[in-house]
Design a protein around this ligand. Structure first.
Ligand code: SAM
Length: 257
């Protein structure tokens, strides 16, 4: 039984990164196992899509588990989810960069039945497609996922002359990418658009325990630069307490015009 559980746990945690890192014949063996597991997941998805209570329940039923190897999501922190839910209640058109499994998209879509979400993701993670499948079935036309790098997808949205009333940026954490995201998003905004940038982290004073780490560096530097240039006005900054030591924080404000 213990061996069975170990094999199951290993198979459920297989992803492209693990396959890529493995060597020789293992690479092919893991790839075949991964394809079979995902095929089974699609079959199960088809039958349980209407039975699942929410996205987390859906992922659990198809054996996609959130562990250290996956990227974090906002529903792991209740206060962050509450914040996003509250901010989106009065909004109608939301743009999100960084879909991952779709947890923040789900929060927005649940907050008010008249809003739409356009989300962008580079699509590195195999579970992106499962999240998309579930949310598309549940929210149909209210939800759209654009797969691709944000710097390539955002200009397409610009061509459509779209204006969003809430923009949540939680994609690449590279400084240059965040700058590009902010620049293009400012053109998809008007004076009332609320922009929320995830993982901006302000360093504590010399007695504080925390400091900016690699994960927060790019977003923090990009946001500070935007503020210094008076391109954005900050309305608030929140640090969320988490059960582990990972820092979770966001900043929000409005672009200047
Ligand atoms: C932290 S996760 C987003 C979490 C999500 N907002 C949630 O709370 O459920 C970041 C996501 O951004 C995606 N990403 C990274 N670089 C990107 C880029 N240049 N363009 C679009 N998406 C990107 C990653 O693949 C990942 O899925």
């Amino acid at each position: 039984m213990i061996l069975f559980n170990r094999i199951k746990s290993f198979l459920f945690r297989l992803d492209y990164l693990k396959i890529y890192k493995s060597k020789y014949l293992y690479k092919y063996l893991y790839l075949i196992c991964f394809k079979i597991v995902n095929l089974c997941r699609w079959v199960v998805s088809f039958f349980i899509k209407k039975k699942a209570n929410n996205l987390n329940d859906f992922f659990k039923r198809i054996g996609i588990i959130w562990y250290g190897g996956n990227e974090g999501h906002t529903q792991q922190v209740k206060r962050e989810t509450d914040f996003l839910e509250k901010q989106s209640r009065s909004k109608t058109k939301i743009l999100e960069i960084g879909f991952n499994g779709g947890h923040s998209s789900e929060t927005f879509l649940n907050s008010n039945s008249s809003l739409t979400v356009d989300s962008i993701d580079i699509g590195y993670h195999h579970y992106v497609n499962f999240g998309k499948y579930y949310l598309k079935k549940r929210f149909t036309k209210r939800f759209n996922l654009h797969i691709g790098e944000s710097r390539k997808v955002l200009p397409d949205l610009l061509k459509k002359e779209l204006i969003f009333d809430l923009i949540f940026i939680d994609g690449s954490h590279e400084y240059k990418d965040v700058i590009t995201d902010l620049e293009i998003c400012s053109k998809l905004s008007d004076k009332d658009t609320l922009v929320i940038l995830d993982d901006v982290y302000y360093e504590k004073d010399k007695d504080g325990l925390s400091s900016v780490d690699n994960h927060n560096l790019g977003p923090t530097k990009a946001w500070n630069e935007f503020k210094l240039k008076n391109l954005v006005i900050e309305d608030g900054y929140i640090e969320f307490e988490t059960e582990n030591t990972n820092k979770r924080s966001i900043v929000y404000g409005k672009f200047t015009f």
